[in-house]
Ligand binder design. Sequence first.
Ligand code: URA
Length: 403
Amino acid sequence: MSTHSAVDVIRTKRDGGRLSDDQIRWFMAAYTDGVVADEQASALAMAIFWRGMAPDELAVWTQAMIDSGERLDLSAITRPTVDKHSTGGVGDKVSLPLIPLAAACGVAVPQLSGRGLGHTGGTLDKMESIPGWRAQLTNDEFIAVLAAEGGVICAAGPGLAPADRRLYALRDTTGTVESIPLIASSIMSKKIAEGTDALVLDVKFGSGAFLPDPERGRELARTMVGLGTAHGVRTTALLTAMEQPLGRAAGNAVEVEESVEVLAGGGPEDLVEITLALAREMVALAGLDVDPADALADGRAMDRWRAIVAAQGGDPDAPLPVAAEHDILVAESDGVVQRLDAMAVGVAAWRLGAGRARKEDDVSATAGVICHAKVGDTVRAGAPVLELRADVIAFQFGMLILE
Ligand code: URA
């Protein structure tokens, strides 16, 4: 007979109390086993949303999420392992050039990734626009690719933090995503269970981010760094703006194309800058004294990209799929772009088919938005500012302000 009841745990948090370690461990195990019902877990999530969690309480909550599943063993990897996680944004394709770049510098990057939901894209959806590329690997395949190529990008298996898997799906439908303790424990439980030695976080703020307010972004970054450090994972965070899309492309194949441009030594300046900044953090955490800019300039990062793609069945030379329909929005007058709302571009790319509304939906490889002009750019009347790509197109929107 259990000494706990779900209703007592919910009442404790609802009334602003601290959950005991025992209550947390019991609740998480009972929820994973189906003893605690979804409506009870959603009531607790809402109570945490309003009442928050003390740091030591959150550490126990996160540990209980990790303990709900398996931990990967990366001891066979001889290089230092460093992963990267972004809290998500529009046009955020940084993982694609960053993983081969860090690998080219001597780091091993064990990236377990997710799919896009709503207006933010997912790394796996982008990579799957490469003909032949496979997101599902067994644990043995994951380790083999990581050991051989220095980087791997793979879907997290059902055994990794299963309590988070259920809870995250529930939060998505109950208005409880935007809670700092719940986001921090969700992200960090998966990253700690993945077994990486070190982790660099890219915490976004601005209109296209989960938490638009920079101060809340900072608090999320501090909370996640605290959790990682407490669990023996060397963790640092960069706080980066997501007011306008990163780079020029938002979608799947269009973002792969832009990532390859970066690896070839070109690409948009903001994307190159953030990729290099994160790569520098990763090599520093690995204790390596190398400059990632050299590996980008001399083609080693591109060589790693080709090898990592091929190791997962992808053909790096195959042409990427192209949309059947292109619609170009032109400037009505001369001017300078004042604002390009990341959220609006993300929603447009999503509605054009690049994203999904429910997790079982398919995504279009070719749909997306290309921003031909970004904030600060001067445009002339008649010049292209936005390009919409889709399989079928019928769209009207306003997301660009000219002055
Ligand atoms: N990503 C996650 O994995 N969990 C969250 O709660 C938010 C973003």
